[in-house]
Design a protein around this ligand. Sequence first.
Ligand code: ARG
Length: 634
Amino acid sequence: MERVGTYTFVMSTHTKDQSTLDPTAALNDRFCAAIRAVAPDLPEDQVLAHIGPSRQPKLGDFQSNCAMPIAKRVGMKPRDFASKIVEAIDVSGIAHPLSEESIAGPGFINVSLLPEALSTALDAMDSDQLGIAPPTERKTIVVDVCGVNLAKQMHVGHLRSTVIGDAIARVQERLGHAVTRQSHVGDWGLPIAMVVEQLSVMEDEGTDVSKVSLAELNAIYKKVQAKCKAESRALALIKKVGGHVKAEIELNERIADANAAMERAKARLVALQSGDERSVRLWQIIYDTTMTACLHTCDRLHANITDEHSAGESTYRDELAPLVQDLIDRGIAVEDDGALVVQCEGIKEPTIIRKRDGGFLYATTDLAAIKRRVGKLGGDEIVYCVDSRQGLHFKQVFAAAHKAGYDKTADGKDAVLVHAMFGTILGEDNKPLKSRSGENLNLSELLDEAVTRASASVAEKNPDMPASERDPISEAVAMAAVKYADLSTERIKDYVFSFDRMLAFEGDTGPYLLYAIARIKNLLRKATDKGVDTDAAKTAEFSLDEPTERAMALTILRYPSMLKATGENHEPHRLCGYLFELASLIAKFYEQCPVLKDGVDDSTRDGRMRLSMIALRVLEDGCDTLGIPTVDRM
Ligand code: ARG
């Protein structure tokens, strides 16, 4: 969609179930119907109404620019085509009738809404549902979120899978679908076995490993990873260019050590896989320690991701061998140089599902996951909110699952498999965001810093606010800032992480949204203090005479179709852009349309209060749908 002024051009043709409450959408439908009548041979994808705000507000609220591009295609002059349209169109109930006078310049068609069209539509939207009708077809949607790895602290990469994943799920819930979140925790395989092995050594040495912290586990993880990495390439190089005999001997020893460590890890994996009691007990410690910290961070981020959503790789362990056997039996998996692969049309790289040494892979587990998500969880659609760098993996897994029929739903349809991928968070240097020492940035430390910074801003704005009141506000402002920054850029794109930008109270930021909400709440509190009956205002006539009031009304009415558009391609940034637009309009509204000032008559005051109240509900509903916390004052 192209944004112009305060409205959004509706470029696409609306489907029939589009909320007809929204005059923009309704006008679009009427124009499309007229275009079809005037140019019946025009292909459907060219039936575009091009409705936007009027360039000359005295001529109308909207204009349709459909005549110029279409007239050319059907061999007419734009003005003549426009004449045919105004003759054919039926705008009853929405706008004043159109005539030759509605046409301006080369063929712009101006439309003035009926005064009651706005208030009737707003009235109808003024309910808990805010005009969002239940879906015509209720789907079960499984959303793959978070997906942390054991023994590792959540790093900044998991911010996106958690925040965007949860928002994607919330949007579908709000649209009325049944949603199941699944966190595909990396809790199985050789790397984890390495850590289990190390814990067993520590326990043998007398350490109480049940008290190990996640930071310690993280350190152990790195240490054992390094230990198991044989430096064979360095050795080959020394041999080739010639080096000190001593260096060669030392390196040889290190490699022998690494090989031995690797052998022990492999043996530990076998023990773990066969349910060895001690291995499982140690694994459980790692699992609990990691997940307690992870779920705490999810909670802090206001992401609705809890224990019940964890479906780690380990939960598929008994399903992998039968699944692979099934693929062999049906000739879908074939041997390739000792490994077992599934070859899929259009994808060069075969999907490896069993290594030469018999081990299963990431792809094998993901195949089992699709089977469970479609078969057991009843998913009509599975959405993976995972880094774009895993693009090939999902392409392969989706194709292999389809080839095997694991994506068949109970009613025989193919489940929709979507990789809702996201880009990388970059540092100010435009490289992937890392800590100063070059490591992955620890997420909870990052959030702590956001809170410290937010707290300073809140204190600056409210010097008299006691800390007990300031702290929860700072926490919410910080989370809103971090989340909004992550959600408001198109998810496919990389973005530069900047505390200064995301925490600013002005501009396209989370705090700006929160401020708009707090501002309306403040107005309502002031009204009550002044003895105004705010309950009566809830049913007052809307005040819609001023252009800003009308712009507010039109923007509010777009909410249901905006939410739907956000859900269509799982693009939370659309809803963010809309909420920012509404928040900006609210600022303008309060500049131009006083509410509680002396001299404003009671009915205008109440009408403006009602407009404020419904704007507030849309903002709050929108924030809630994105998982952005809000505050009463800031
Ligand atoms: N644990 C994986 C990682 O950190 C993410 C899991 C994504 N989900 C999936 N079904 N593969 O890269």
